[in-house]
Write a protein that binds this ligand. Structure first.
Ligand SMILES: Cc1cc2nc3c(=O)[nH]c(=O)nc-3n(C[C@H](O)[C@H](O)[C@H](O)COP(=O)(O)OP(=O)(O)OC[C@H]3O[C@@H](n4cnc5c(N)ncnc54)[C@H](O)[C@@H]3O)c2cc1C
Length: 401
């Protein structure tokens, strides 16, 4: 049996796993990343991830430190204003509008939006060029056996990896989490998210717009213009049956429903991609670690896609983990020791739990069907926006700053 020794084994080469690989390798750790599915790096390939990710400023700082941002900068759309609209009435128009402007908290932008397929393309190329990183596609973790000083990881191609620390970024159904016996708590909302891109009649002017009516939020996120035509990525959350019927609608019928839901904020919209459905769940692991292992991203927590918190929370986790491992290594200590992993959990748990709760409340408010609850939601938005200090505090909390 071929044996490989490494400092860090990252299980999972999704966006989070690739970020972790780049961050650990840039900090000087020998890092191997394994994933059974070769990354799809072409927008038009079958199975391409049509979602986009809004990276908030603290995440951009981590991407800069990892040397990734230099590759991504040219493709990124700044998010200057986060606009929240409460929609309703007979004409399904705008009842309340609040524009949260990054300038109010002395920032040029809250963050930057990038398409996921492009992120993977650039991340894979970046990781391939790092002398301390190795990406192994088409191979998965089959079994993890933690020992006192290392973890033994059996791969699906028969090889065995000996790693000082394993980073489980193997997604919401994490095999590693299960094998290590870390419990999870999951709950559902009866929603699905329809994800697609649109051509817009008017420019987005770097404003991300979240429209609340019922069923869940409808979000337009800025993308760069393509051949002079304005584009946005859309995440349309709704009840499962309604989201499915939207996915199956003929294009003309769908475009009519789309324009009705978008309140005309960017003029006429037209579908410009396939429509992909994502199930919406929330999930939380009981601990962010197991023996010799740190749980990262959806292996640790899953939340509905609201306020760009999902991957950004994961990158805050990653930043803490890399810092703790680096400090331990530089002090001549074992960076995969239980003390380091417990400290990772201790430092990240309160912020993680608060964000899961906050997104849960926002999602339930956005789903509201009854007129009373919708009126309450509208008043809440008006109050939050109307009180300057509260507005600024909310913007800073959203950023994690
Ligand atoms: C519609 C939508 C929009 C979103 N928008 C945003 C946003 O704007 N901002 C934001 O911060 N977040 C956003 N999120 C959340 C974000 O997309 C996720 O947090 C992120 O993609 C999770 O990545 P992951 O790497 O943990 O999981 P995945 O992308 O699922 O990756 C897990 C990887 O592990 C691999 N794997 C599985 N089993 C094994 C094994 N045994 N061995 C090795 N590898 C394995 C899989 O092949 C896969 O590649 C959004 C989510 C959704 C659904």
């Amino acid at each position: 049996m071929e044996r490989i020794e490494t400092d860090i084994l990252v299980a999972g080469g999704g966006v989070a796993g690739l970020c972790a690989t780049a961050a650990f390798a840039s900090a000087g750790f020998d890092t191997i990343c394994v994933d059974p599915v070769p990354p799809i790096t072409d927008l038009n390939a079958a199975g391409a991830d049509l979602r986009s990710t809004a990276f908030l400023l603290p995440s951009v700082a981590l991407l800069k430190e990892s040397g990734l941002w230099q590759r991504l900068d040219d493709y990124a759309s700044p998010l200057r204003i986060m606009r929240i609209i409460d929609s309703g009435g007979e004409d399904h128009g705008v009842r309340e509008e609040a524009n949260f402007d990054a300038h109010d908290i002395d920032r040029a932008a809250f963050g930057y939006n990038l398409p996921n397929w492009l992120l993977r393309r650039e991340m894979v190329e970046h990781v391939a060029a790092l002398p301390t990183a190795r990406l192994e596609s088409s191979v998965k973790v089959d079994r993890i056996t933690p020992r006192t000083n290392e973890a033994l990881v059996n791969l699906s191609d028969g090889r065995q990896v000996r790693a000082k620390m394993v980073v489980a970024a193997d997604g919401r159904n994490s095999l590693i989490r299960e094998q290590l016996g870390v419990d999870i708590k999951s709950w559902r909302y009866g929603q699905k998210a329809l994800v697609f891109n649109v051509r817009c009649e008017r420019p987005h002017e770097n404003v991300s717009t979240e429209i609340h009516r019922s069923g869940g939020p409808f979000t337009l996120v800025p993308l760069p213009d393509q051949e002079g035509v304005h584009h946005c990525a859309v995440v349309w959350m709704d009840t499962g049956p309604h989201a499915e019927s939207l996915q199956n609608m003929k294009e003309t019928e769908f475009n009519a429903a789309l324009n009705n839901r978008a309140c005309g904020v960017l003029g006429k919209l037209e579908l410009a991609s396939k429509r992909i459905l994502w199930p919406i769940i929330a999930q939380r692991a009981s601990h962010l670690y197991g023996p010799r292992t740190a749980l990262l991203a959806e292996a640790a927590h899953v939340i509905p896609p609201i306020g760009a918190q999902g991957l950004n929370m994961s990158l805050a986790d990653l930043s803490t983990l890399v810092q703790l491992a680096t400090e331990a290594r530089d002090a001549g200590k074992d960076f995969g020791a239980p003390e380091v992993l417990k400290e990772y959990h201790r430092k990240r748990w309160p912020d993680m739990a608060a964000r899961i709760k906050g997104v849960d409340i926002l999602n339930r408010a956005a789903m509201a069907e009854s007129q009373n609850l919708r009126d309450l939601r509208r008043s809440g938005l008006k109050m939050l926006y109307g009180l300057g200090p509260l507005r600024k505090a909310a913007m800073k909390a959203g950023l994690g700053a």
